[in-house]
Every structure is written in C-alpha cells, then in structure tokens.
Design a protein. Structure first.
Length: 173
C-alpha cells in the first residue's frame, strides 16, 4: 500500500483549496495516496487534533502537511500519533489564542515554508521554531497563502517526501 500524505487546511479554508489540490497532485505524481479531511466545523485547534486522531483509526498517515492552523494541528498531533514527517506551510506557531504547542517529530523530519510578507502569522515564529527544533526552514518572497510561489513549494514538498519516506520521525528526535 502506498504511503499516505494527509493534508490539514487552515482555519478558514477548506480541504481542497487551490494550494492543497496542487500539493496533493505533487504527492500523487510520486505514487502516494492523499487525504484531506474537512476541519471547517470547528476553529478549535485541539478539536481538529481529535478529528485527525480519529481518522488514524481507519488509516494512519505517514506524512502530515499542514497549513497555518493545520500546521499547528499537524505538529501537535505528531506528539500523539506516529508519523514519519511534517511539512508545514506558514504554521500558526506561538500565537496568543492557541494552546501550548507540542511536537513529536525531531528536526530532521520537519520542513517549513513561510512567506517573508506574511501578515497573519509572523515569519519570525517559524524562525523561532526552526531554531528550537533544528529543522529546515524556507523563507520565500510571498504572503501567508504562499499562492505566488506554489511551484517552489511543490518542489520543496516533492524533495521532502522523497527524502523522508525512508525514515520514522521518532528516530530523529
């Protein structure tokens, strides 16, 4: 069975917006299965972690790809669920209304892409996380949605998936 890449959308977006649709295509081109649940029934990030955890009972994901709030959800879920890696897009880290962040993957299994011009989640939050966890961080000339550099984000994801699917994130801590 091919590895499963699970996409987690942001707070006010949906499961198959243009970014996830594009990136899911990148994963499919590598022969991977993709899934993207609809988390729009709640703005509570901890409730979204619960929904993701329940989906693991049917089929656990190998890689979590989270955008904004979905990045926070992916990172926090990785402390409870065994995954091989996290690919995070402008993750909503260190924001005042969010619970404390938990992370189960080590830096070798985490990659972040964040826009220099992000007006929603400051790029400095990803720099702080990257320093604390020694993970790869790409800062690009774009804003929060990363819509202008989607081709580059797709290349980063492709490279990350190829590199990561041979390892287990719990061995990188």
């Amino acid at each position: 069975m091919p590895a499963l890449v699970h996409f987690l959308h942001g707070k006010e977006s949906g499961p198959w917006g243009s970014k996830i649709t594009y990136l899911a295509g990148v994963a499919r081109q590598l022969g991977l299965d993709v899934e993207s649940l609809d988390y729009s029934s709640t703005f509570d990030p901890e409730e979204r972690v619960r929904i993701l955890s329940e989906s693991f009972a049917t089929r656990p994901a190998d890689i979590l790809v989270g955008s904004s709030m979905g990045g926070w959800v992916a990172a926090t879920a990785s402390a409870r669920l065994k995954v091989r890696g996290l690919f995070l897009l402008a993750p909503a880290f260190f924001l005042p209304d969010y619970p404390e962040l938990q992370v189960g993957c080590g830096g070798n299994a985490i990659e972040i892409v964040h826009g220099w011009n992000d007006g929603i989640v400051p790029y400095q939050n990803s720099v702080r996380f990257g320093q604390e966890h020694k993970c790869t961080l790409h800062l690009v000339d774009d804003e929060h949605r990363l819509k202008n550099r989607l081709d580059l984000v797709g290349q980063y994801l492709s490279d990350f998936l190829k590199r990561t699917l041979d390892t287990d994130c719990t061995s990188n801590t």
